[in-house]
Design a protein around this ligand. Structure first.
Ligand SMILES: Cc1cc2nc3c(=O)[nH]c(=O)nc-3n(C[C@H](O)[C@H](O)[C@H](O)COP(=O)(O)OP(=O)(O)OC[C@H]3O[C@@H](n4cnc5c(N)ncnc54)[C@H](O)[C@@H]3O)c2cc1C
Ligand code: FES
Length: 399
């Protein structure tokens, strides 16, 4: 494969990417990467009243987030206590009730006496259940079954204030079809749009694959934790991405490359079944040529015109033989790939706390309330999706 840098346009929704043996073109730049009666006296402040209204229904220890809402005002009128609404105020909504520990007693399972800390992270602004209306700006056909959507939040204020950390996810919804979880794979420095890469799996992802530029979607984001990149400063980072697992790797890798001076050597091993299954093919030439990135590509079996590695990711990893000293391995991909890649990393003497991955446990609320995503005592939507291998070893097996 030629390793010359080229430029060109990304393909849009109307055209499928032509099968190719090697990455070729660079993408087109998206649009820039009831008021109280006169003499009545308010009895209680609006916000506490609203917070009290919701708190008994949830597990103790849940986190409260503040947001603007039409909270009730309570005031006295003679013998009567009058409740009125429609006064915008800051209220608090419960997020992230503590999940029961595996094997915990019934009272612990109800959350009694349990309080836990959730690391600081960007959160949805306003009502976390309410999708922000957004417009699809661009659709890129990455592979036969992966499309990338670049979406712009309709409210310019939402767009301006939106912030996320690498590894955080969003719930992307198509009206009439539902919503599903995807990593926000644009780096935080990209302020013009949010990017999601979507592999077609079922109903919602099929509906997402049918959208075109100009269509409306909904976004609830950012959700979940993020890669602890501040703890990695001064270390070498070895990224391993398999298939659609390259989406979260792309975000954190681009973020670290923007702050390269803080890190040691940055390496990437990206594998897919065939060259046609490689997402971001238009960026690979650039990644291969960057002096600040040691990039290796691999495919499962020989393919005409392919000039990179051939072999399964764990085997290629063993062949590359990265030094575990002062190094963090970050891997994302299908469960089977994670399982065998972790075994390879262990053979290479990477410590469990230096192996970081993401879990794709199906989510609903995304904010720690519904219990849909728990693994043992952890909720993937608030404790994850990013975990170290050491943390995962303490949970019931998922992989
Ligand atoms: C934290 C997180 C991050 C994710 N990031 C991405 C991403 O960046 N890009 C991407 O393409 N996908 C991602 N996913 C997976 C994506 O959310 C699912 O593919 C999507 O929800 C499927 O919805 P659907 O209605 O199309 O499929 P469904 O009709 O609900 O399911 C179709 C098939 O896929 C299986 N399935 C659905 N969801 C999951 C899941 N979470 N794990 C395993 N199997 C599942 C079902 O069992 C079924 O066999 C992520 C999931 C999580 C939890
Ligand atoms: S608790 Fe609802 S998705 Fe995690």
């Amino acid at each position: 494969m030629a390793t010359k840098k080229t430029s060109g346009k990304a393909k849009t929704a109307t055209k499928a990417a032509a099968p190719k043996a090697a990455p070729k073109t660079a993408p087109k730049k998206a649009p820039r990467e009831a008021a109280p009666k006169k003499d009545a006296k308010p009895k209680a402040a609006a916000a506490p009243a609203a917070a009290q209204a919701v708190s008994p229904a949830v597990r103790p220890g849940a986190e409260l987030v503040k947001h603007e809402e039409h909270a009730p005002v309570i005031r006295e009128e003679g013998e009567l206590t009058v409740r009125e609404s429609a006064v915008p105020a800051t209220v608090e909504t419960i997020v992230a009730a503590p999940a029961p520990k595996a094997g915990a007693s019934k009272s612990a399972a109800r959350g009694e006496g349990m309080l836990r800390e959730i690391s600081p992270r960007p959160k949805p602004q306003g009502n976390p259940y309410k999708p922000m209306p957004a417009t699809v700006a661009e659709v890129i056909q990455e592979t036969g079954n992966i499309k990338t959507l670049r979406v712009i939040l309709d409210n310019p204020e939402d767009m301006k204030s939106f912030t996320h950390e690498p590894g955080q996810v969003g719930q992307l919804s198509v009206f009439g079809a539902g919503e599903a979880t995807f990593v926000i794979n644009s780096p935080p420095s990209m302020k013009d749009y949010l990017q999601f890469s979507v592999m077609q799996a079922g109903e919602v992802t099929a509906a997402i694959h049918r959208v075109s530029p100009g269509d409306k979607v909904g976004v609830r984001a950012p959700l979940g934790n993020f890669f602890p990149y501040n703890d990695w400063k001064g270390k070498n980072i070895f990224f391993v991405g398999g298939g659609i697992g390259m989406a979260p790797i792309r975000t954190i890798m681009l973020h670290l490359l923007e702050h390269k001076a803080d890190y040691g050597k940055i390496s990437l091993l990206y594998g897919a079944r065939t060259p046609r299954d490689m997402a971001y093919s238009y960026e690979l030439e650039d990644w291969l040529r960057r002096p600040d990135l040691d990039c290796t590509l691999c495919i499962d079996a020989p393919f005409e015109g392919w000039e990179h590695k051939v072999g399964l990711i764990p085997n290629v990893l063993l062949e590359l033989n990265p030094d575990p000293t002062n190094c963090v391995a970050v891997l994302c991909g299908p469960p089977i790939m994670i399982k065998f890649t972790v075994q390879a990393l262990q053979k290479l003497n990477f410590a469990p706390e230096n192996i970081v991955t993401t879990l794709e446990k199906r989510m609903k609320c995304g904010i720690g309330i519904c219990g849909r995503c728990n693994i043992g005592g952890r909720y993937v939507c608030v404790d994850g999706p990013v975990f170290t291998w050491k943390e995962l070893q303490e949970l019931p097996p998922e992989l």
